[in-house]
Write a protein that binds this ligand. Structure first.
Ligand SMILES: *Cc1c(COP(=O)(O)O)cnc(C)c1O
Length: 363
C-alpha cells in the first residue's frame, strides 16, 4: 500500500490551485471530498470549541482556503462590515485611524460613528499621496487602505504605505475586496490585516453576505476571534459553505470578468455618450461618466436588459449603478458616474446591451 503524498505547501502553488485544493477534508477512503455543512449550535462537551458561537467546521474550511490564498490566517464574520467592525476594535479607545478618504462609504460611516462617540479619532487622507499619508501616520494606531477604491477605482502604493505604517508602529489594514488575492496579496506588501467583503468576488454569486479578516500575527488573530466570540458577528454554516463553493472558481471567474472589463473599458472610451472612463488596468470594475446629468445616467441604468440595475458587485452577472443615488456617497464622486461591475457573460452581448442603453439615454 502506498501512503498518501503530503499536500504541497500552499506558498509553493499558484493561487488557481490553492483556490481549488485548500480547505478540504482529509483524504481517506470514503471520506467526503467536499467540506460538510455542519449545522450545529452546540458540540459534545470535552473539546476545544463547545458552542456554535466559538467555532464551526464549515467556517474553518472557508477560512483555511481564504487564509491560504492571502498567505495568513483568516477569521470569518457575518459580513464584510462585521469584519471591519472587529478590525477597528484592534485600535485602543481614543486611538487614531488614518483612513483612505475615498474608502467604501460603509467603512467611512462606521469610522465617523466611532469619532462622534469619542471612541476613535479619524484622519481622512488621500492615500494616493504617500507623503501626506506618512505625515498623517505620526502618532496613529492604524491605517485603513482600500485599493482600488469604491467607486473611483484609485490605486494606492501598498508596499510604501504599509512600510510607513510599520515604521510608525501603526496596524496596516487593506480592504482587498475589489482586487481579490488573485490580483493583490497585501500581507506580502507588509500589511498586518487584510479585510474582505466575501459577499463580493470571493463567493461570486450574489447569494450571501460574509466577511473575513486575514492576519499573519497570531496575537491579532486571537483578538479577532475573541471579538467574534463575544460580539457574536458569526457567519452561518450554510453561507460559509456556499462561499467556499464559490471560491473554487474564483480564478476562472476573475479571468473572464477581467477580460470582459478590459474590452468594455476600451470600447466605452470611444463611445460619444461617455465623457470619462476609470479603469485601473486590471480587475473587473469600471466606472464611466455619462454625458448629460444625473437623470441621463439614471436612464442608462434603467435602460439595460442584460446588465442588472442594482448595487453590489463581484457576482457572475454584470450590474451597474449610479453611485450618487445613495445619499451617503462622497461628493467627490461625480453625479453622472455609473459604476460597472463586469460579470462573466459574453462580452459582445454585454456591449450591445450597454451601448444601446447609452445611445438611447443620451439621444
Ligand atoms: C461591500 C463592501 C464592504 C462591506 O461588505 P458587506 O459584506 O456588504 O458587509 C466593504 N468594503 C468594500 C470595498 C465593499 O465593496
Amino acid at each position: 500500500m502506498s501512503s498518501t503524498p503530503a499536500h504541497p505547501d500552499p506558498a509553493e502553488l499558484s493561487s488557481a490551485t490553492v483556490a481549488v485544493t485548500a480547505g478540504r477534508p482529509p483524504r481517506q477512503p470514503d471520506g467526503p471530498t467536499n467540506a460538510p455543512i455542519v449545522m450545529a449550535s452546540t458540540y459534545h462537551a470535552g473539546g476545544d470549541v463547545g458552542y456554535g458561537r466559538y467555532g464551526n467546521p464549515t467556517w474553518q474550511m472557508f477560512e483555511a482556503t481564504v487564509g491560504a490564498l492571502e498567505g495568513g490566517v483568516a477569521t470569518s464574520f457575518a459580513s464584510g462590515m462585521a469584519a471591519t467592525a472587529a478590525v477597528l476594535e484592534l485600535v485602543p479607545h481614543g486611538g487614531t485611524v488614518v483612513a483612505q478618504a475615498q474608502a467604501y462609504y460603509g467603512t467611512i460611516s462606521l469610522l465617523r460613528e466611532h469619532e462622534r462617540a469619542g471612541r476613535l479619532r479619524v484622519r481622512p487622507v488621500d492615500l494616493t499621496d504617500v507623503a501626506s499619508a506618512r505625515d498623517a501616520l505620526d502618532g496613529a494606531d492604524m491605517i485603513w487602505a482600500e485599493s482600488p477604491t469604491n467607486p473611483l477605482l484609485l490605486v494606492v502604493d501598498l508596499p510604501a504605505l504599509m512600510s510607513a505604517a510599520r515604521k510608525a508602529g501603526a496596524i496596516g489594514v487593506v480592504d482587498n475586496t475589489f482586487a481579490t488575492p488573485i490580483l493583490s496579496r497585501p500581507l506580502e506588501a507588509g500589511a498586518a490585516v487584510v479585510v474582505h467583503s466575501a459577499t463580493k468576488y470571493l463567493s461570486g454569486h450574489s447569494d450571501l453576505l460574509l466577511g473575513a479578516a486575514v492576519a499573519d500575527d497570531p496575537a491579532l488573530t486571537e483578538r479577532l476571534v475573541a471579538h467574534r466570540s463575544t460580539h457574536g458577528g458569526v457567519p452561518g454554516a450554510f453561507e460559509a459553505w456556499l462561499a467556499l463553493r464559490g471560491l473554487r472558481t474564483l480564478h476562472v471567474r476573475m479571468q473572464r470578468a477581467q477580460a470582459n472589463a478590459a474590452t468594455l473599458a476600451e470600447r466605452l472610451a470611444g463611445h460619444r455618450a461617455v465623457t470619462r472612463v476609470r479603469y485601473p488596468g486590471s480587475g473587473a470594475m469600471v466606472s464611466m461618466e455619462v454625458a448629460g446629468d444625473a437623470a441621463t445616467a439614471d436612464r442608462v441604468c434603467a435602460g439595460t436588459a442584460i446588465w442588472v440595475s442594482a448595487t453590489s458587485l463581484g457576482g457572475v452577472e454584470s450590474s451597474l449603478e449610479r453611485r450618487r443615488r445613495w445619499p451617503g456617497e462622497s461628493t467627490d464622486v461625480p453625479e453622472t458616474l455609473v459604476r460597472l461591475a463586469v460579470g462573466i457573460e459574453d462580452v459582445d452581448d454585454l456591449w450591445a446591451d450597454l451601448s444601446a442603453a447609452l445611445a438611447e439615454a443620451v439621444s
